[in-house]
Design a binder for this molecule. Structure first.
Ligand SMILES: [Zn+2]
Length: 114
């Protein structure tokens, strides 16, 4: 294992967030986050970044098929869409007196987590 994997940063983007893709083939696409991979700092956006998986024919006689699947996108390539102001935004963090952390929109300064 490399040193890199010892320092996993918690991601600012979570499952079910709406994000906008800002780089790559699907630039401009807006979709829902289906899955996050904190170790890889990447996530899967619904309907974006499709890859074609070529499936070999099985011995059972089934034909080989090409399956379309969403591939993970690096977090740096997406921006969270703020549910309050509807703009793609960066996310800040506030720590409450209770010690819990909340995400805030850098644009409208509203809490992203209701
Ligand atoms: Zn906002």
């Amino acid at each position: 294992m490399t040193k890199k994997e010892n320092r996993i940063k918690p991601l600012r983007i979570k499952k079910n967030d709406t994000v906008k893709i800002i780089a790559g083939n699907d630039k401009g696409y807006v979709g829902k986050v289906l899955k996050v991979f904190p170790r890889k700092a990447s996530l899967i956006v619904e309907g974006a970044n499709f890859i074609h998986r070529h499936q070999r024919p099985t011995s059972g006689g089934a034909q080989g098929t090409i399956v379309k699947r969403e591939a993970p996108i690096h977090v740096s390539k997406v921006l969270l869409i703020c549910p309050k102001c509807n703009y793609p935004t960066r996310i800040g963090q506030v720590v409450l007196e209770s010690g819990s952390k909340l995400r805030v929109c850098k644009k409208c300064h509203e809490m992203v987590d209701a």
